[in-house]
Every structure is written in structure tokens, then in C-alpha cells.
Design a protein around this ligand. Sequence first.
Ligand code: SF4
Ligand code: SF4
Length: 289
Amino acid sequence: MHRLTAAVSTFMADRRHNALFPGSDQPAFDQPLFGHARGDDPLFAWIKQDIGPEFFWTPHEAYQMAFPEEATQPEELSVIAWVLPQTAATRAAQARATQTPSLEWTMARHHGEAVNEALRRFVVEHLAGRGIAAVAPVLLPQWGRALSTRYGFASSWSERHAAHVCSLGCFGLSDGLITAVGKAVRVGSVVARLVLPPVVRPYDRHDAWCLRAVGVDCRACMKRCPAGAITEAGHDKAACKAYIRGVTGPFVAREQMGFAVSSCGLCQTKVPCEMTNPTAKRSRRARRE
Ligand code: SF4
Ligand code: SF4
């Protein structure tokens, strides 16, 4: 992993690859965090069953789609995932926004996802250069959106779920992934044919890093959401999507970019989990007592 993270660090330090918008001297993201998991980690199979066994991929299924001629076993694969932290400037601008996203956030959503896509390709090429076959599942032509019976809008591969299995974070009430650097992040992943040292995940439930999981009646993300899409029951994906489609998308087209972008993310800033795992301090305190 060290060679890969060093290569990515150099890639991301180059403003031609990591700019808030083309030609900007501001980075889209801070340096990424990395995690990994075994390709046969049972949590992948569990997530597939939970979200949609008919459309959701395990790492092995994604890999086989890219390399159908190879006879691989799940245990020969690893998933490598990363977290791209929003910069302090983007977070600060977004924290001032109340009904519609800041321009910085929208640019990080639009141009930043192009940075993330280029990073996926870079990681695949870097590994290929070392003789390691890899695929970024979301870049596969077969990747697509689907409807989960339990959760509504879903897709064949979820970057956030991959990052969760790879020890990078847990889901908050708003469905965002709370990582060690908070939930103002974007995430990415690849499946590679290599075996990495095993890791023990630092949590045993999907929402362990949300304050509500440790008994705090946090409602910060509920209050931040102008659409009322976050309640005690969790994140209402349909209401969230309707707000983005009906309000923030048209706002972005009209006032910011000249075209619609699925940008909102107000629930990702000005909350206790914006830039940290808010349960970490509590766990440290509890260990000391
Ligand atoms: S703002 Fe509070 S309730 Fe919402 S995800 Fe973060 S810690 Fe959980
Ligand atoms: S993305 Fe926007 S609409 Fe959706 S839950 Fe977060 S704040 Fe609400």
C-alpha cells in the first residue's frame, strides 16, 4: 500500500490533477485517506443481500465483469478505498450556506468528481504498471442505478459501502459516511487482484461513529436539511432527491454553473461530524475512566 499511497500523494499534489475547477490554483480536495479489505470479507456479501441481491455486486462480481477470462477466487482480491476530504475553504463556504449549496461545494461536486474519476483511473493504471490487475467498479459500463426494495435509490456498487468495509468510516443519520476526517468528503474505490495484510475494522456496527449511536440526541443534520429529508427515522432519499431536482439543481444552473449539478450537501457541514469522528473523543474518555 505504501507505494500506492505515495504515488497518489504525488498525483494529488499536482494542481493539474486536483483543482477546484480547471486552471484553479485551489485544490478540489486535501490529501486522501486509504483503507482496504479482503475481497471475500463477509460484510460485502451481507451488504449485497441487504441492498439488493439481484443488482448489487460483490468485489468478485465486479472484478469478473472486468476480467471475465480470469479464473479468480474472492480471497485473491482486495478492495482499496479512499476518502477525499473537502478543503477547509470549501467547508467554510458551505457552512455559511443555508438553503442552497455554496459555489465552492458545487464545484467540488462537479469538477471534484472528475478529479475522483481521474484518481480511480490513476490507481488502476498504477497497479497495472506493477502487474496487478484492478478495476474501478463505478467506471465499468455495466455499473448502473437501481431501486432497492429496502432502501430506494441504489446502484450496482456503492463507494460509501466499500469505504465502510475498508475501515474508513460509518454511516450517520443523514446517510453520509462519517470518516476520521468527518463526512464532508467524497469517496472512491478499486478492486485489485492482490492480497493485503488483514485489518480489524475499528467498529462493529454501521452507524458506530454517529453521535446517536452513543446515546447523544444529536439533531444537527436534521436541522441543517432545508428539505426536511432527515428525521429520527433517517434519510428520506426521495425527499432529498426531490429537493435537489426541484431546488438546488435549478439554482446551480441559474446562479452558479449554467447547467444543473446534483449539488446540495448542506447536511455535511456545520454539524459535529463535519470534519471529525465525533464519537472518538467520547471513546477515548470512556477508555480513560
Ligand atoms: S449531525 Fe449528528 S446525528 Fe447527524 S450524522 Fe452527524 S453525528 Fe449523526
Ligand atoms: S443533501 Fe441536501 S436535501 Fe439531501 S439530506 Fe442533505 S441537506 Fe437534505
